[in-house]
Design a protein around this ligand. Structure first.
Ligand code: PAF
Length: 286
């Protein structure tokens, strides 16, 4: 597998091989089956896939979170090498830039994503989506991908990236891919590496309670479904709910009554010890 550490090297390679389509899978490393599913989707749809590993400092609002973010590039490379990376019909290359390559100058950009940058993750992680938008805009300008792949676990991020592409009229198609879960239902996340086996078992309740909410949405009110979820989480001492929102899957505006919308998603952020996890489940979509 080719590994490029500089923008110049990567761009020279892209100009030389001129693939019919470039798929881009941005990651911050600590790769798991969720990332692999994005890369495999890209391999099905593009002759060349660029996977990046870059722990983007501008999207962390807490220094401690940036420092503790799991990093293991050699394990990541080993995992990528299982993907038939050198097959010319579905080649995968790795872009492993330094901070200086991505941010050669100290630039501060400010984006406006309307409601998308006011609710849920945006409210609890100020500046987070501004940092995500900065790095994604920069990556798109370097790689000029045909398609870019994002997981639906970060549902709000996906909505922000779609909005960014629309605002800047970028010629890239954004493809959302389903959440990949552990056998016990826990959504795969690089942060899961920081959980003990016991915490992982307890964290699986997040998905279980979201599925209960989906079932209850058929008969109970929005308020009742929310209260039941909150009580269920409170019964598991290691879980600490940061937020639960029942919202429109298109606008992310929260709702009070099922009749307001026809695409409804439940979103949660939960602390398991000091590890913050997010998850979501579509309650219904007509
Ligand atoms: O979802 C992530 O891992 C990051 O937010 C992304 C998209 C790689 C940007 O740094």
């Amino acid at each position: 597998m080719f590994v490029f550490k500089t923008v110049k090297e990567l761009q020279y390679f892209l100009a030389t091989v001129t693939p019919s389509g470039i798929g881009f899978v941005p990651t911050m490393g600590a790769l798991h089956q969720g990332h692999i599913s994005l890369i495999e989707k890209s391999q099905q749809q593009n002759e060349l896939t660029v996977c990046s590993i870059f722990v983007n400092p501008t999207q962390f609002n807490k220094q401690e979170d940036l420092i503790n973010y799991p990093r293991n590039v050699s394990a990541d490379i080993e995992l990528l090498q299982c993907l038939d990376c050198d097959n010319e019909e579905k080649r995968v290359v790795l872009f492993l830039p330094s901070e200086n390559e991505i941010y050669p100058k100290k630039i501060e950009k400010s984006y406006d994503f309307g409601n998308l940058s006011l609710v849920m993750e945006a409210q609890h992680r100020p500046g987070h989506f501004n940092g995500v938008a900065m790095v994604i805009e920069r990556f798109f300008s370097i790689i000029n991908p045909t398609n870019a792949y994002f997981g639906e676990k970060d549902f709000q991020q996906l909505a922000v990236v779609r909005n960014l592409v629309k605002q800047l009229r970028l010629p890239v198609q954004i493809i959302g891919c389903p959440i990949v879960r552990e056998a016990n239902g826990l959504a795969m996340s690089s942060r899961n590496e920081r959980l003990t086996p016991e915490q992982k078992e307890q964290a699986a309740n997040i998905y279980k309670f979201l599925l209960d909410a989906k079932q209850q949405a058929k008969t109970l009110t929005v308020g009742e479904v929310k209260n039941n979820f909150i009580s269920a989480i409170k019964n598991i001492p290691v879980l600490q709910l940061e937020y639960l929102e029942i919202a429109d899957g298109n606008t992310l505006l929260s709702i009070n009554d099922w009749s307001e919308i026809n695409y409804c998603v439940a979103f949660v952020a939960v602390f398991v010890g000091n590890v913050r996890l997010i998850d979501n489940v579509t309650l219904y979509k007509d």
